[in-house]
Each structure stands twice: as structure tokens, then as C-alpha cells.
Design a protein around this ligand. Structure first.
Ligand code: NAP
Length: 588
């Protein structure tokens, strides 16, 4: 492809796609946009660090060949006032992988944000934001090291589709009339109206990307974040399409959280990712209280907007949070902050956000060793309290350095420590694995408590049932059975199949009806004579509503939960009542 102003490095090779995967040579060409304001300062510094890490990680056998692409003020100077030339779009597409500094959004004159324009022109439908803690970075949390998530936020639908009608305009009146008269909608006078489309196509391609990332990077789980309890056909549908996608495309690699508890007793099978979902408001609380339980998060646009900034703030990282906008293969990595014009050309600001976007880029092209080196070097430099002005003002005893000196410090660590730095990262991975095992142990030993504490609402009888089943034999005496009940503190006993091969249940009501009222001797009556058969059972995946209907229709107070033809627990009307009290019901 021929360009007017962009010069492709002659000794680099283009990144291509083969069999749905990136094909990256040892000398790939990668695009970069310097950016406006502080962009040149941070880009200059980061390019040096990325190159040093690659050179050291691969003994000079690999090298990125950077290709400058123009957008923003630099583009306007080169392309006669065009801030976002067609050539730039073509190049970003052609090069496949690029990184950009922040761009000024020109004010007035009908300019759209350049960042939005890049996303739209290249259909970069996933905004990816990894958020993790780096030792030494100032954070408001007590244990910020537990935060390590990657947020996949949908970039094209929801509020970003921009379908809005201003209060009082003829367009708004037309939509209002339609909604009121034809759809029976109710709203206050003169309401501005926004429309939030969520499609199966848009949801699934985003969730697919999140799941693939989780598989490729050996992450533990993918959580679908939604407000489906209120908006069933948009937010709820996002969740449902996610589960549908798993059934259709990932059934060998992914299990649901439901199956994790009901089928695997809380133990995550080797090599399988768990898919779960959480209500949007609860995820904010959980990301503060139990962040270690979350890993990859897939969200619609608006929820993800709030969540990614909130979670980044938890680890003190709004200033260093990296990001990328991605299509199926084309990806543009970017600093998530703006151009901070007051600091332009002062060699002052923190290059962290762009630096870690570059780390993401290196991971994306499969150069994980170089990425690990930068991350580890960063931890070491910050550990020595060598920081730029923004961190210095939050730390006691810090040494404030310029952007370029901070880059020098990183390069020194990379050059001196090399393999040892990678070991630091590997140690961290090992600690993560140990924490994962500890969580698994807790899930296995106290599943209901863990499930509830981790923000999961019970949906099925399997979630609510009491697993501790007391079982007696049909030939036991009633006296023996009642003693067992009292000793164990239960109110019913399962009766193992006798000659009739059928399970039964012995409840306190059976004792009242069939021992006390007819005045029989418990010591001389067999359990088989007084227990209730056949057992009323429900499959473990029965919904709570179905269960309630079953209890009411059969005029019973408890039902036995079955899994693979075995009774595995009991659910009572009291359990359902408690669940409604604790979690609410329906539209809450
Ligand atoms: P901003 O550029 O992000 O700056 C806001 C403040 O954040 C700065 O004054 C500074 O805080 C801090 N900050 C930003 N980057 C920093 C860094 N690398 N190191 C340390 N501190 C940093 O936001 P803005 O002033 O609202 O926006 C300025 C321009 O950037 C606008 O034209 C906007 O459209 C554009 N923008 C571009 C992008 C993008 O390209 N992705 C994103 C957002 C905004 P202190 O003043 O406290 O030191």
C-alpha cells in the first residue's frame, strides 16, 4: 500500500492474520501516533523503554520497527488542516497493531472527537482496560494487590449509539407521541429521550473477545456485568446472549458458575474458564470488598465506562491505567488520559498509561517476556520511590524525576536485572495461583456462604438447598430415627431405598400423624411404616419460582433436590422465604 506522508520502515515486516491469529515476525512494523500536548514527551520516553525491553528480552534477535502515523495537530500541520486524514485510517488498518498518545479534541467547528472517530472508522468494538496494582503506587485500598482485572467494554452500542432526542424538539415530540400512544409508555412532560440499543451481534462479539482473551491468557473467569433485573431486554439480554454464546461456541473450554457449584462442588476443572454474571451495582461493591474473585469482566458501554475508571482509581492508577480499542484483529493501544496541555513539552508527566498500553501491545503480539520485563522494572523503580510529579505529591520521601529520567530509571533496571525481573513477575503469578487455590478450597468447603458472599444471587434450588442430608434405612426403628434427628438438629430424614427401590422421607409431621395420633410405639415401628413415599423431588436446576409453585400445588413444606438420580439436598419453604427477605424478588 502506498502512502503520501507515512513512511513504512523498509526492513520491517507487516503483521498479518493467519488462521484467525496474528502472524508476527521478529521484525514487525507497528504504528504509533505521537499525540498532542504531553503526547510527544511520553511517546519519546516510552519508545525507548519498549525498545530496550525487547532488545534485552530476546538478545537483540527481535526488534519493533516503528512507523509514525499522523493524527491531531501534527496531522493538521502535514495534511493541510486535516486532523484525521484518510491515510491515517488506512495505515492503522494496514499495520493492524498501533499505539497512540492522547489527542486534542478540537473545540467548535463541528469536529467530532478524534478518539471516537478512530473507534468508529475502524469499528474497534472492544475497549479493553487491564487494571492491576503495582507495588508502591499510592492507593486508597488496604489490599490493592488483590485487584487484577481486565475490563472488556462494548464500544459501539448502548449510550454510545448516540440516539438521543432533545427536550421540546419536533423529533422528540414525534418519538414521545409514538411511545405514549402506540407503546403505552408513561413519562413526564418534555422528557429528553435516549435510546439504548443492545444487539445479539454486538453483545456476542464483545463477550467472545473477552472469553478468547481469558482462554489465551489462562485467566480464571469471565463475569458478565449487567442490570438485567431492571432492563430485561437490553441488559438482561446481554447476559443471556453471553450464556448462549458459551453454549454454542465454548462448551469445551468454559463452564458456568452454576455448574461450578452444582456439578463440580466448587472445584474448578483444570483448563476451564468459569463464566458468571453480576448485577452492575453489586459489582462496584464487590470490586472493593472481594476484588480477587474477579478476573475478566465483560460489560456494555455505560456500565463499563463507570466501572473501568472506578476500578482504576482503586489501585491509584487513573494516571497509569492503560487501554486499547480493538476489532477482531486490528488494535489501537492508547494512553487513557488526555493531552494535559498545561504540561506540554515540559518533560514532566507520568508516562505510565502509555507505557502499560505498550506492555499490553507486546502481550498482544505474543512478546510476553518483554512485557514482563517492563512491568517488573516498573515495580522496582516505583519501589525505590523514583516517580514523576503526580505520584511524588502523594508519597512521603519520594524522589521526583522528569518523564525522560523516569524512562532512564526503567531502562537501567531492565539492563541490570534482566532475567531476575522476569522472575519477579513469575513469582507474582505463583502467588496468584496460590490465592486461586485458597478460594477454591473455600468454595468446596462452604459453597453457599461463598456463593452468597461473592455477590451471586440464588436462582435455582441447587443454590439454596441444604446439602447436609441425614439418611436412615427403611428398616430402622422410628425411635432410632427420631434420636438421629434430634442429635443432628434436623427436621427430616431421607429414607434410603428398601426392597421397593424407592427413596422416602421421614418428617416431624409424619411422627405426629403416624405415631402420636394413632398411639403407636416408636421403638416397635419401622421407619418404612411411617415415612412418606414416593419422595417429592425436583431437579437441581429448578428455578426458585418453579419450586415455590411445586410446594404450593403439592401442599408440602420441603422438597428433595436430585442430581443424577441421587438426592443431594433439601429445600424448604423457609429457605425460599429467607431468600426473598435477603435478596428481594423480581424487579428489585
Ligand atoms: P487530561 O488531559 O487527562 O488532564 C487532566 C489532568 O489529569 C491533568 O491536568 C493532570 O492533573 C492529570 N494528568 C493527565 N495525564 C497525566 C499524566 N500523564 N501524568 C500525570 N498527570 C496527568 O484531561 P483534560 O484536561 O480534561 O483534557 C485535555 C485534552 O485532552 C482535551 O482536548 C480532551 O479532549 C483531550 N482528551 C483526550 C483523550 C485521548 O486522547 N484519549 C482522553 C481524554 C481527554 P494535575 O493537573 O492534577 O497535575
Amino acid at each position: 500500500m502506498a502512502f503520501q506522508h507515512i513512511k513504512l520502515p523498509t526492513d520491517g515486516q507487516l503483521i498479518t492474520v493467519e488462521n484467525d491469529h496474528l502472524a508476527v515476525a521478529d521484525n514487525p512494523i507497528v504504528g504509533f501516533i505521537e499525540g498532542d500536548g504531553i503526547g510527544p514527551d511520553i511517546t519519546r520516553a516510552c519508545l525507548r523503554v519498549w525498545d530496550a525491553a525487547v532488545a534485552h528480552a530476546y538478545n537483540e534477535s527481535r526488534k519493533v520497527h516503528w512507523c509514525e502515523v499522523y493524527a491531531g495537530e501534527k496531522a493538521a500541520a502535514i495534511y493541510d488542516g486535516d486532523y484525521f486524514p484518510q491515510e491515517t485510517i488506512d495505515a492503522l488498518q494496514h499495520l493492524m497493531v498501533s499505539i497512540k498518545g492522547p489527542l486534542t479534541t478540537p473545540v467548535g467547528g463541528g469536529f467530532r472527537s478524534l478518539n471516537v472517530a478512530i473507534r468508529q472508522e475502524l469499528d474497534l468494538y472492544a475497549c479493553v482496560r487491564p487494571v492491576r496494582y503495582y507495588t508502591g503506587v499510592p492507593s486508597p485500598l488496604r489490599n490493592p494487590e488483590n485487584v487484577d482485572v481486565v475490563i472488556f467494554r462494548e464500544n459501539t452500542e448502548d449510550v454510545y449509539s448516540g440516539i438521543e432526542f432533545e427536550s421540546g424538539t419536533p423529533e422528540m415530540r414525534k418519538v414521545e407521541k409514538f411511545l405514549r400512544e402506540e407503546m403505552g409508555a408513561r413519562m413526564f412532560e418534555d422528557s429528553g429521550i435516549g435510546i439504548k440499543p443492545i444487539s445479539p451481534f454486538g453483545s456476542k462479539r464483545l463477550i467472545r473477545k473477552a472469553i478468547r482473551y481469558a482462554i489465551d491468557n489462562e485467566r480464571e473467569s469471565v463475569t458478565l456485568v449487567h442490570k438485567g433485573n431492571i432492563m430485561k431486554y437490553t441488559e438482561g439480554a446481554f447476559r443471556n446472549w453471553g450464556y448462549e454464546l458459551v453454549r454454542d461456541e465454548f462448551k469445551d473450554q468454559v463452564i458456568t458458575e452454576e455448574a461450578l457449584y452444582s456439578k463440580f462442588g466448587g472445584k474448578q476443572p483444570e483448563g476451564k474458564i468459569v463464566i458468571k454474571d453480576r448485577i452492575a451495582d453489586i459489582i462496584f461493591q464487590l470490586m472493593l470488598l472481594r476484588p480477587a474473585e474477579f478476573d475478566v469482566l465483560a460489560t456494555m458501554n455505560l456500565n463499563g465506562d463507570y466501572l473501568s475508571d472506578a476500578v482504576a482509581a482503586e489501585v491509584g492508577g487513573v494516571g497509569i491505567a492503560p487501554g486499547a480499542n480493538m476489532a477482531d484483529h486490528v488494535a489501537v493501544f492508547e494512553a487513557t488520559h488526555g493531552t494535559a496541555p498545561k504540561y506540554a513539552n515540559q518533560d514532566k508527566v507520568n508516562p505510565g498509561s502509555l507505557l502499560f498500553s505498550g506492555v499490553m501491545l507486546l502481550e498482544y503480539i505474543g512478546w510476553k517476556e518483554a512485557a514482563q520485563m517492563i512491568t517488573a522494572a516498573y515495580t522496582k523503580v516505583i519501589g525505590k520511590k523514583v516517580v514523576t510529579y503526580d505520584f511524588a505529591r502523594q508519597m512521603d520521601g519520594a524522589t521526583e524525576v522528569s518523564t525522560s529520567k523516569f524512562a532512564d530509571a526503567l531502562i537501567e533496571e531492565i539492563a541490570e536485572a534482566g532475567a531476575e525481573l522476569r522472575k519477579l513477575e513469575i513469582d507474582r503469578d505463583r502467588q496468584r495461583e496460590e490465592a486461586r487455590k485458597a478460594r477454591e478450597q473455600r468454595r468446596m468447603s462452604q459453597p453457599l456462604e461463598e456463593m452468597l458472599a461473592s455477590g451471586r444471587r440464588p436462582h435455582t434450588v441447587g443454590h439454596l438447598m441444604r446439602r447436609r442430608n441425614l439418611i436412615c434405612s427403611a428398616d430402622d426403628t422410628v425411635a432410632g430415627a427420631t434420636r438421629m434427628l434430634r442429635q443432628e438438629g434436623g427436621s427430616s430424614l431421607l429414607v434410603a431405598p428398601g426392597a421397593d427401590d424407592e427413596w422416602g422421607i421421614l418428617t416431624q409431621t409424619d411422627i405426629l400423624k403416624r405415631i402420636i395420633v394413632p398411639d403407636k410405639s416408636p421403638a416397635h415401628t419401622k421407619v418404612s411404616e411411617v415415612c412418606t413415599k414416593p419422595l417429592k423431588t425436583l431437579p437441581i436446576e429448578t428455578s426458585l419460582r418453579e419450586c415455590a409453585r411445586f410446594l404450593v400445588e403439592n401442599n408440602i413444606r420441603r422438597v428433595v433436590v436430585m442430581s443424577q438420580n441421587e438426592p443431594v439436598g433439601i429445600v424448604s419453604d423457609t429457605d425460599l422465604f429467607d431468600a426473598v427477605d435477603e435478596f428481594g424478588w423480581g424487579h428489585e
